[in-house]
Unconditional design. Sequence first.
Length: 335
Amino acid sequence: MLKTQLRIAFTLTAGLCAAGIASAADQPVIGLITKTDTNPFFVKMKEGAQAAATAQGAKLLSAAGKTDGDNAGQVTAIENMIAGGAKTILITPSDSKAIVPAIKKAQEKGVMFIALDSPADPVDATDALFATDNYKAGQLIGQYAKAAMAGKPAKIATLDLFPGHPVGAQRHNGFMSGFGLQAADAKSNELSKSPEVVCMADSFGDQAKGQTAMENCLQKNPDINIVYTINEPAAAGAYQALKAAGKEKGVVIVSVDGGCAGVKNVKAGVIAATSQQYPLKMASMGVAAGVQYAKDGKKVKGYTDTGVTLITDKPMSGVESKDTKVGTDLCWGNK
């Protein structure tokens, strides 16, 4: 009798263990690789991806480059995630061209790649792209800046990302287009120029570098009255430089991101207007696509616009916008 009971218990235990192993094997594994793990935009993206993975029974592997532009770090992360069983990898490329060979190598092993926020170069190097329409984001703040000038001659400084990055080019050229200046289309990675743009400088999306870039621009042309910035940290740096020069009240600063710190700066009057984007939505959509791929083997394709909204407390006629209350409700980072 005892032997029979032990045999039944062993059989049940073995069966439960086998079921557990099978369940773990069936669990979708999804990777998320961001440019850095310090920028609030990517912190929120990771939070959104983790929440979506937990809700849908997936395992999330996450990694980030040490700095914006750390391609080697992202390549290593891809290799580690494939070794960890990831069949879908979500990535915000630090170097849109240099990352492509690693992506292609992984795709040959059946891994689906979805770019979030930033496209690869070429765009179709990844299976899909879930991102803000960065050209439209630029156009919105360009239209706003044009209306804010009310016909006065413009002397523009652009604090850009760095040369050749698609997001930097799209926002810059979109701004130029929205302002009514000659501009390349959204497919170009070259920054458009115009006589109205009296200074162009790279900020790398960093506050300290943005401040230095603005200081250099003011040395070249102290009469700058419009500042376009690639993102809100660069805008905060630009404001500090302008304030130190006693020129902060006479300059319109516009930007892109919509983080909570940036929306606070709009409310405080540091930034006149910003185009808000939605990283949590990008991440949750990416995870859902990865779970679906694990179920049916069908890859998502093409570009999905995750939305953009102009946020300002000083609306301009003819330019659609929402106020900072709406911006705060939808922002990311520490409120």
